[in-house]
Ligand binder design. Structure first.
Ligand code: A3P
Length: 275
């Protein structure tokens, strides 16, 4: 796609100048990393507006062909000065998304939320498991998918998605590391404010998300949001109990990821408390 001025609309509402803008920040993934929680929590900030639905513009050809004007129309209304954010976790593992995003804006700031890759695999499996159960379709136990003939099934898509070094390498070919902020998804679960404050700082926004905007909900077992006079937890599809997984299989997963994790740590210049 040719580089051109972004064809966004100005909207006049109640006498004030409102806009539809392409995002200045995109949450590129990773799937099951906590992307929805991050998006919803950032939406508390008055300087941020978010696209609620996953747009899949840069990773799905049929959407990309509709052009930037279409993309822009998917964005929420903002006022000048506000940052528009969209999240599509599929971008992280897409080979086309980095180049297409770079074509739109080479200076865009990217957010990548990662989580222990082995836990991410189980979360990914759990999502598919629930979907299949809901549709009364058969499903295999996770151990049977993960281990084939005694060896880890590295071809399983969920395992491939957790190879953070492989996917990050494609982004780093186009974007310098200082344009990619990495959110620790495990910390976002335990202590969301600390991670959100780092994002505010990365986006050069004044710190406006307060401790009172987040509270731990015992029933949900996760932090929920308290904003605009309303208390709200994420949808029930977020934070579902995972099936118990055989310890040997978890060990195999961990062993498989170890070298990839070390590579990822080297690439991003920090370490995480993973295998
Ligand atoms: P699980 O459902 O496996 O626990 P995504 O939005 O990228 O699909 O990520 C979903 C994951 O977000 C959930 O995985 C959950 O662990 C995590 N998460 C982080 N903070 C959360 C919160 N406050 N409420 C619910 N889930 C949260």
């Amino acid at each position: 796609m040719k580089k051109k001025a972004v064809d966004c609309r100005k909207i006049s509402m109640n006498g004030s100048a409102n806009l539809l803008q392409v995002p200045q920040t995109i949450i590129i993934g990773v799937r099951k990393g906590g992307t929805r929680a991050l998006l919803e929590m950032l939406n508390i900030h008055p300087g941020i507006v978010v696209a609620k639905a996953e747009v899949h513009f840069f990773d799905w050809d049929e959407n990309y062909q509709k052009g930037l004007g279409w993309y822009c129309e998917q964005m929420p209304v903002s006022v000048p000065g506000q940052i528009t954010v969209e999240k599509t976790p599929g971008y992280f593992t897409s080979l086309k998304a980095p180049g297409r995003i770079h074509d739109m804006s080479s200076s865009i700031r990217l957010l990548l939320i990662v989580r222990d890759p082995a836990q991410r695999v189980i979360s990914d499996y759990t999502q598919v498991l629930y979907n299949r159960k809901e549709r009364h379709k058969p499903y295999e136990p996770v151990e049977e998918i993960l281990v084939r003939n005694g060896r880890l099934n590295a071809k399983y898509k969920a395992v491939q998605r957790s190879l953070y070094d492989v996917h990050t390498a494609t982004w780093l070919q186009l974007f310098p590391l200082h344009q990619i902020h990495i959110v620790d998804g495990d910390v976002l679960i335990r202590d969301p404010l600390s991670e959100l404050q780092k994002v505010e700082s990365f986006l050069q926004l004044p710190p406006r998300i307060k401790p009172s905007n987040l509270y731990f909900n015992q029933t949900k077992g996760f932090y929920c949001l308290h904003a605009a006079g309303r208390e709200r937890c994420l949808d029930q599809s977020k934070g579902r109990p995972h099936p118990a997984v055989n310890g040997t299989v978890l060990g195999q997963l961990c062993h498989y990821f170890r070298e990839h994790n070390r590579n990822f740590f080297r690439m991003v210049g920090r370490t995480f408390n993973w295998c």
